[in-house]
Design a protein around this ligand. Structure first.
Ligand SMILES: Cc1cc2nc3c(=O)[nH]c(=O)nc-3n(C[C@H](O)[C@H](O)[C@H](O)COP(=O)(O)OP(=O)(O)OC[C@H]3O[C@@H](n4cnc5c(N)ncnc54)[C@H](O)[C@@H]3O)c2cc1C
Length: 386
């Protein structure tokens, strides 16, 4: 039995990326709102420095600790294939962007300002071993004994159901091109490109009259990943964008696969992409990460008060939405060539608010019916049974 003095902290958060940092900020905000005592939290993170390595985009519908930091909002968004364009508009739920650099700066300042929190950088966790009354976390910088652990490390490949989904591979440039000519109020979410066997599209967000973020994205089932950078360069040449300067580059291969995860309560639970919070059917994660971090922070504050540290892993989405997504992924794997028309039909058959709820993992049953009605019966029926 571990005694009080033997605990280095109450909670270890493995990984201080989006989920770890969001959880810390939610804990701080909620403890202030509810006057609950904060646990002593230690965040363990391998990276020594934070860079503006990505942008988080999502539909701006809910409050969260980073909302004030949103740099861009687009009240209009569109999907297109050649001359066919489907657009939606909403001032209530615009498409929004948060640069990671802003999130990191804000979260690190919150952690720094709170005596109950500490962030240890340059530390890689090797193992978290649970016993009846504590967890022993072994790292490259020694051991931490704690009451509970939230593990936000990325998923191991053995947890990904790779027969049912894709790698979402993309390379993006933030470009400076004076007077680029793209409508500043319109987010171009998917401009589908002719591709032989894969879903390929250009994602283009005008940041102002002279700057934009443009990405080439592909959905790939296998391990042979494409050279998206070369395709993006070729597309930019084709568009005669002219002289531009690349200010920043971002790229990734996101696992759009359903994830096997434990639902058992315990002292060590997973959170973030590794816990399936990122939606396999879309690759969007930010909005659900905020909602789930808030729920987890409430559990942790209650555990601090009660001393009962068996935490319950979160179910990020309803079971029926997970089921719909599995059918959608299976249908996409079977008919990648049909994907552009399906996406366009989907946007054409729904309102902007419905789409914003659906993409934020919070559709009501009417939204789900509209989505289901927009998709062709044959391929989707086959995908439910095959
Ligand atoms: C370039 C890019 C753009 C994206 N754009 C969007 C977007 O627009 N909208 C959206 O909703 N989602 C987006 N995503 C997807 C998702 O939101 C991000 O990947 C997000 O950062 C995932 O959060 P996370 O906390 O689960 O993982 P991460 O942010 O990757 O955090 C995991 C942390 O664990 C740490 N770690 C790893 N191994 C160990 C170890 N052994 N010990 C200790 N720590 C460890 C890592 O260093 C990292 O800091 C994007 C992803 C990328 C890569």
């Amino acid at each position: 039995m571990a005694t009080e003095q033997e605990f280095d902290c109450d909670l270890v958060i493995i990984g201080a990326g989006l989920t770890g940092l969001s959880l810390a900020c939610w804990l701080l905000d909620l403890s202030r709102q509810t006057n609950q005592t904060l646990p002593r939290v230690c965040l363990l993170e391998p990276r020594i420095e934070y860079h503006n390595d990505r942008t988080w985009c999502f539909w701006d519908r809910e409050s969260h600790p980073f909302r004030e930091l949103i740099t861009h909002r687009w009240p209009h968004w569109q999907v297109s294939k050649g001359a066919r364009i489907v657009s939606q508009s909403s001032n209530q739920t615009p498409y929004a962007m948060l640069p990671a650099g802003e999130v990191y700066r804000h979260a690190l300042a919150c952690i720094e300002s709170c005596h109950a929190f500490s962030l240890r950088q340059g530390v890689t966790v090797l193992e978290a071993k649970e016993s009846a009354d504590s967890v022993l976390v072994s790292t490259t910088a020694g051991q931490w004994r704690t009451r509970a652990v939230i593990d936000t490390r990325p998923p191991e490949s053995s947890c990904l159901n790779q027969s049912l989904g894709f790698w979402q591979v993309f390379t993006g440039y933030e470009i400076h091109r004076p007077g680029h000519g793209y409508d500043e109020h319109m987010a171009r979410l998917m401009d589908f490109q002719p591709c032989e066997r894969h879903v390929c599209f250009v994602y283009l967000l005008p940041l102002d009259a002279d700057n934009m973020l443009v990405e080439w994205t592909e959905f790939h089932p296998g391990v042979e990943l494409p050279d998206c950078r070369a395709r993006l360069d070729a597309w930019l040449d084709e568009q005669n964008i002219g002289d531009y300067t690349v200010k920043r580059l971002e790229s990734a291969a996101l696992p759009m696969f359903p994830i096997t995860r434990s639902r058992d309560p315990g002292r060590v639970i997973k959170a973030g992409v590794g816990a399936g919070w990122m939606r396999a059917a879309t690759g969007y994660h930010f909005a659900t990460c905020q909602r789930s971090s808030a729920e987890l922070a409430r559990q942790i504050l209650d555990a601090t008060a009660s001393g009962r540290w068996h935490l319950q892993p979160l179910q990020a989405r309803t079971h029926w939405l997970d089921w719909m997504d599995r059918v959608f992924l299976r249908a996409l794997r079977q008919h990648p060539e049909a994907a552009p028309d399906w996406f366009l039909d989907l946007f054409a058959a729904t309102t902007a608010e419905q789409m914003a709820r659906f993409m934020s993992d919070q559709p009501g049953w009417r939204d789900a019916v509209s989505v289901a009605k927009a998709l062709p019966t044959g391929p989707f029926l086959r995908a439910t049974v095959l």
